[in-house]
Design a protein around this ligand. Structure first.
Ligand code: GDP
Length: 482
């Protein structure tokens, strides 16, 4: 087959430097093994410590995951809160974190990754709310077990009602003095969403962590990349430094470990790749996210895209009509390069215009620019299966490009850059409907930005003293790891 012949030409690192476990059924999740045929090998190697931590996590998940005796026990502990009974039994007392990633694919992937890191640090088993489209999007990442929260989980009916005011919400419990190191509830709700309240930041305090650590079940809603704040908790920091000696690789490694598109999504990725990207000499991804309301096509955004790609020499300049003859004379001896631009956006007009620009006029370098956009659904339909599958395929395709332009503030772009190991050029957020000058800036790191302030650890101003955090280019009050 094609795969075999490709493999015999260059050795393929299917397990991504030991990041992935061996022993999966290949057919049930083709992306896991085939990704390495489409990706350039990452220049960043996972630490041995991370690899061994992942292998022990996988064993923990297998021992405690759905369908095990330990899971059944833990469920009873949750239902009846009978600690004595639980302790008397010989079964391992496993602890869990139930993840409810919310709203928007990029947001969900950032929340999941942050929670998985928290699970690794605290030796909890991570289970994911599957009522939305999780199993249509991603394969199970852990061998021999499932990461999906069983539908008959006793608190399923309550999940949607958990919010900042809920009596089981950590902040509310603190306010009501309902939790301390001797009064430990069987479950706790954590609200790590963009609209976190004042008390939420206590989650990032060492002393609060020692209390939370004792709670058997945590249910967490999150759409934030809160990893930078975990580095501000001293006991976590020691471990994090060992796991990630290169700090800016946290999301890169964890996202490649966790996110394997299902066969259906993988089909979308490979068919687009083979049809449009495979034969290119260079691949440029441009992710266009428009936040104005109503969103849509805006000339100033188009101008900004053209200005950025030309100024940063990501795309060649197209000649003006009167210059065309000079261009053709210039480039007769050279074999032209084919540059493919992959545009992702809810709006098809940006790629249409870029395509027209290069179709009508030759480029000064003689290179050929082809523009391709897989979908343009116009409206955001979060939680709709096919729409989100297309979105995942596009995030993945963007991550396979050589260079990437992203939109400010967009978690969609953050995931693509992290998966791809790419430092993007960020299109600044336009103000007052004009193209910003400069139009874009090269990022200093491939890590996602933690967009929400006030969760920077226990001390409100702690981030200022942290040498490993830096403010984001696209949001000055956000931070990321460097
Ligand atoms: P963010 O809002 O930019 O931070 O990104 P999210 O991924 O969290 O949410 C945006 C949602 O809009 C996604 O879940 C998609 O449904 C949709 N979306 C946004 N941009 C694109 C795009 O370029 N392609 C596709 N297919 N969907 C998109």
């Amino acid at each position: 087959t094609t795969n075999v012949s490709k493999e015999s030409v260059k050795p393929v690192d299917k397990l991504v430097g030991g990041l992935l476990a061996a022993g999966f059924n290949e057919d049930s999740c083709l992306s896991r093994n085939q990704s390495s045929l489409y990706r350039k090998p990452s220049p960043y190697k996972p630490s041995e410590y991370l690899v061994s931590k992942l292998r022990s996590y996988e064993m923990l998940h297998k021992r405690c995951g759905p369908g095990t005796y330990a899971y059944k026990r833990a469920q009873e502990r949750l239902l009846h809160g009978d600690e004595d009974l639980a302790r008397k039994s010989n079964a391992e007392l496993c602890q869990y974190i139930v993840c409810v990633p919310l709203r928007g694919l990029g947001n969900r992937m950032l929340g999941l990754t942050s929670l998985f890191l928290y699970a690794l640090l605290t030796e909890r088993v991570m289970l994911v709310d599957q009522r939305k489209d999780m199993s249509d999007l991603f394969c199970d990442p852990f061998p021999g077990s499932s990461w999906l929260l069983p539908l008959n989980f006793p608190l399923t009916d309550q999940i949607d009602s958990f919010n900042l005011e809920h009596s089981r919400c950590y902040g509310t419990m603190l306010k009501n003095h309902a939790i301390n190191s001797t009064t430990i509830p069987s479950h706790l709700y954590l609200h790590l969403l963009h609209d976190h309240g004042d008390y939420t930041k206590m989650f990032f305090c060492e002393k609060d962590q020692t209390v939370i650590r004792k709670v058997p079940w945590l249910v967490v809603k999150s759409n934030l990349y809160f990893v930078p704040s975990l580095w501000l908790i001293p006991s976590f920091q020691t471990e994090l430094i060992k796991l990630f000696p290169q700090k800016e690789t946290v999301f890169h490694h964890l996202s490649r470990y966790l996110f394997h598109p299902t066969n259906q999504v993988w089909g979308m990725v490979t068919s687009s790749y083979n049809a449009y990207l495979a034969r290119a000499d260079e691949r440029l991804g441009i992710q266009v996210r428009v936040y104005s309301r109503p969103a849509g096509y805006f000339q100033h955004v188009m101008d900004q895209i053209v200005a950025c790609t030309q100024r940063e020499k990501l795309l060649p300049e197209a000649a003006a009509q009167e210059e065309e003859s000079q261009v053709t004379n210039n480039n007769t001896s050279k074999i032209p390069k084919v540059k493919v631009v992959l545009v992702t956006s809810l709006h098809p007009e940006y790629s249409d215009n870029l395509r027209n620009m290069y179709m009508k006029r030759p480029t000064w370098t003689g290179d050929i620019v082809q523009v391709y956009q897989p979908s343009g659904d116009r409206f955001q339909k979060v939680d709709e299966k096919i729409h989100e599958q297309k979105a995942l395929a596009e995030i993945y395709l963007l991550s396979l490009t050589d260079k990437l332009v992203t939109s400010a503030w967009s978690t969609f772009g953050y995931v693509a850059q992290g998966l791809g190991g790419l430092k993007p050029w960020i299109l600044y957020k336009p103000e007052n409907r004009t193209a910003p000058d400069p139009p874009c800036v090269r990022d200093y790191s491939m890590e996602p930005c933690f967009l929400k302030p006030a969760l920077y650890g226990c001390e409100a101003k702690a981030e200022i003293n942290a040498p490993f955090l830096r403010h984001c280019h696209d949001r000055t009050w956000g931070v990321k790891l460097v």
